[in-house]
Ligand binder design. Sequence first.
Ligand SMILES: *Cc1c(COP(=O)(O)O)cnc(C)c1O
Length: 394
Amino acid sequence: MSVEQVERFGAHNYHPLPVTLVRGEGVWVWDDHGRRYLDMLSSYSALNHGHRHPKIVEAMKAQLDRVTLTSRAFHNDQLGPFLQKLSEISGFSRALPMNSGAEAVETGLKAVRKWGYKVKGVPKDKAEIIVVTDNFHGRTITIISYSTETQYRDGFGPFTPGFVVVPYGDAAAIEAAITPNTVAVHVEPIQGEAGVVEPPVGYLRALRQICDRHNVLLFLDEIQTGLGRTGKMWAFQHEDIRPDCIAVGKALGGGLYPVSAFCADDALMAMFTPGDHGSTFGGNPLAAAVGLAALQVLEEEGLAEQAALRGALFRQRLEALKSPKVKEVRGKGLLIGVELFVEAGPARGYCLELMKRGVLCKDTHGQVIRFAPPLVITDEEIELAMAAVAEVLT
Ligand SMILES: *Cc1c(COP(=O)(O)O)cnc(C)c1O
């Protein structure tokens, strides 16, 4: 019924698998026929804590009974504790709360541009931001202005200028693209949407050095890779570096509510003064209460460490399959991409077969199955999923 209504009354901007979910708990979801599935997509890493984590639900319910929306025209008593916790966990001294990931990215783009003009001395409207091929940072017009995916851009121009695209994973190409007007290098530590594409080892470290050498900011998008997903709290920690700023989203809302943020240190965040930038819902007390609980649960339950352990098992099992259909297994922690040979057929068919066997996941970029289960998944549940994966891939 709902499916027909969506077809009839909605815009056709998605192509979902044919399953209607009516309930979720932890790593499990149920459809409208009472069938149970392992959620191995986690809403693209927005469900790192699993569905309806009891502590986050409790925090949200408690806040629902107090006050939910105040706007930033007034103070609320939830925003402070949330920002302090985010600062402790991110290592950045300040955060600017927004709602969607795209808004956190847009906030960062504004910050680095303004820094370019006010601090670096770039001439008016000449700021350049270096980005990479196959990036995914969201769907606003400015963000798709530097997408290299034809479909994301087709029909949506004119685009925002000021972006220079170089190949992903090539640090020398970034350095070669830097001009006196370059204000930032802006990349994902691992490209999730592009098919869980990892840059060469040392890439982020090289970018850090290049940015330091040329007085350019390093702005990482940790929306999908952050908050424990890759086996560390932040993906940049795998290379022992510190970017100048990050965009955070998805799991920051604990799977309950849209919560995102742009994180930076004092000097960069000082680019924003009252009236420069804002959001009606950004930093609302409900979002702040949920965000704080989401961060506390990540820490208390050691979800980053869990992701490292469970991810190692999952990858080991995938590789042990020695499936003739599999070209490559990629990723870190519980962000795993399985690339199929073209001759094996598109990944969507495999996702449909997995669905029939009680495992939900999604194809990305034709040949890649993305596995990104909630970080609370157990070894037993991974073995369950693997039984289905083995049937489908061998
Ligand atoms: C999902 C995602 C975004 C956009 O987040 P929205 O909440 O959908 O706007 C941006 N960057 C990355 C890396 C993402 O995975």
